[in-house]
Design a protein around this ligand. Sequence first.
Ligand SMILES: [Fe+2]
Ligand SMILES: [Fe+2]
Ligand SMILES: [Fe+2]
Length: 414
Amino acid sequence: MSDTQMIPQIELYKLLRALSLAMDYNRSGLMRHHQRVALICSYLAEEIQLDPDLLPQLFCSAIIHDAGTSTFKEKADLERFETINPWRHCKRGHQLLSKMPILKPLAKVILYHHDRWDGQNQSGLSGSSIPLPSRIIFLADRVDVLAYQTGNILDYRQEIVDQINEQSGTMFDPELVHVFNKVSSKESLWLDLTSQFMDSQLGRRLHTCPVITSEKEIIGVSKIFADIIDSKSPFTYRHSRLVAETASLLAGQAGFTGRQQKRMYIAGLLHDLGKLSIPEEILEKPGRLNKQEYNVIKHHTYITHQILSMIDGFEVINQWAAYHHEKLNGEGYPFHLTGADLSVGSRIMAVADIFSALVEDRPYRKGLPRHRVEEIMNHMVATKSIDGEIVHILMDNYREAEILKEGMPVNWAN
Ligand SMILES: [Fe+2]
Ligand SMILES: [Fe+2]
Ligand SMILES: [Fe+2]
């Protein structure tokens, strides 16, 4: 890969749409909640002829609106029509997105996306003082929660419409409910929501998001997703960042260029994206996983791979990120690649991931000291699981890697 090869510019909406798919997993599997909410928003926006300048903000916010939620438990709470304490995830989402200039306009929309029309909100807002995109997302979000039922959605759509109407002027903006009544008569809305063709439908409906992300912004967006992934469990706190920083340190020492190191950093931030699909009780289990639990864990790199493959220009990043549990001897997962298939970048990521996991505290043990890390890694080299040369580079730079663990920032990534 030549150094001049840049990550192509990507539309922000497309990047968020791919990455947010990982947030759409709950106990029942992939629910596509964010995509469905964005789709309902597009129907409402079309009907009210929303100012075209607000469309990118609406769609980008809708596709990531529950960024403040990462555990299955929190997601389950939000699946009740009348949620108990939605403010927490609104605030956390706002906090997270405010860190990134390109996502800052979305942060405000997300802060108010559960605000009731009649007030009683912790935000202090009510009625038309609540930003319009937030009001649209709130309505779309609650419609989607009601729409998760088995059977033909056209048979029960009237129940959904009735429930929304009962809350006109209390939970919801009455004018928006009026608009919803109009669009809800279209079978296509309901069929789009439940169709296997939803992806292409979304692509067609949400083509008005020309906000382009630069390389630096892609790193910023990836950092936010790293935080969402890591907040799933207190034991993985900063894991994605540590892997990213360790992997780019090793890449630099292995002769990668500055630009390649940045790609490695993005790959590290996103390597465990698929962990958002794994129940917390498995991630946090104190002790060894049984066979069934391990089989659940094995989904995560497959999901990372599938999601990153949706992003144009991420082909190399995807290989580096998603192959981190593959082994040179072909006994890794999920693709059972071998040394012949695994590039230096993928080998670096595997070593960075193992190093990070060993030095971090886990529910069943404290972070390990250097001599134990060395012992374990040497054994893995001997069994042809990981690359001895990369381990050598790590050992030569062990102090720097330890400093990263202690939270040293990587300058070019900020
Ligand atoms: Fe929400
Ligand atoms: Fe939601
Ligand atoms: Fe992993």
